[in-house]
Design a protein around this ligand. Sequence first.
Ligand SMILES: Cc1ncc(COP(=O)(O)O)c(C=O)c1O
Length: 432
Amino acid sequence: MNANLDAYWMPFTANRQFKNNPRMLASAEGMYYVTPDGRRVLDATSGLWCCNAGHGRKEIAGAIARQAAEMDYAPSYQMGHPLAFELAERLAELTPGDLNHVFFTNSGSEAIDTAMKLALAYHHSRGEARGLFVGREKGYHGTGFGGMSVGGMPNNKKQFGKGVPAVHLPHTMRPDMRFSRGLPDQGAELADALDSIVAEHGAENIAAVVVEPVPGSAGVIIPPRNYLRRLRDNCDKHGLLLIFDEVITGFGRLGSTFAGYEFDVVPDIMTIAKGVTNGAVPMGAAIASGQIHDSIVSGPDQIELFHGYTYSGHPLAAAAAMATLDVYRDEAVFDNVRSLRDTFEDCAHELTNCRNVIDIRNYGFMAAVELAPDAEAPGRRGMEVLNKCFFDEDLMVRMSADIIAIAPPLVINEEQIRHVFKTLGNVINTVD
Ligand SMILES: Cc1ncc(COP(=O)(O)O)c(C=O)c1O
């Protein structure tokens, strides 16, 4: 590789560290990335939780190429193109309850900021001025000002000022839940913290409650059994909107198409991104209920919502998404999660006695192996595991400080699942 690495300012990356020892990927097919020097690296993270159907899908690449040749771009304001409407209709059919109105964005961050603006606009349409959001500690909702604020990761906020008004529910990780297999049996009452937030701030000031059904980025935090149902009930009790951020949990990660089905809870607005195009073209969406849509889209026949993006419903993204949904359906990709998630869970928990392991969490095809941080250098162990896996074992895992996350493409087979966890366990045992 000849490029000087200085110019590219990498996101969420220790730039100087990376550029001293770059981890480069040059091509990808199926379950594997290929490095510039030709090593095949097993992808245990679906890229960045995106490539649910595996890499290099010809059907998706073909659909993008055909669309690029037919029509590269159509304005998203005041003009339309049929594919975006077809895709919206298809997504509306897939989503739970009456989440039937799809507002396209280009990323998960834009999706969550859009969802928050829909909540604000909904209250505005009803003559209410509710401006406070309730997020959750350790939540991740991208990096726009809305998502950053409602998110609960202090490092993501401390450089950026005050943001949007938000308060936070407690996260759902407690010492007594460590090493739970799947959903922890205890802890549903953590959802009742909403009562004290309402008592302190007033339901009439709260625009929405925003959570990931299963938080991914902070290290795969599994909701206690019945927690999400209780949160929904508490929102209803106080007349609050509930937003599910399904950017990671959407499109089969847990075994169902969406977490809303998996946990039998329908939010008022949900967000998607990542897996909607299998990661091949950026796309996201906020999907709202009929009640929210109809309340905003009312009044005089003029622009109802002063919000949107040049690339909302971009033709290439729409083509990629249609082809992706075909692959998911035709190959019953999500069934593979349901068939293998018990094996996945067993394999993850085989690492219980590995060196420095203090917790293992899992659900569907998501797992985290948490290491005790080195008191002198938090994050060192996680980084060493990542590097050893990548450079020595041809395995790509994800780390968030000392938490190793595993979230493979949903087309992974049993042998590969066993290989991922066995390799990870061996590597962890070499890190002091
Ligand atoms: C739950 C959740 N919401 C939002 C986002 C932000 O998505 P993007 O990086 O596409 O803006 C992410 C990204 O990981 C996410 O996990």
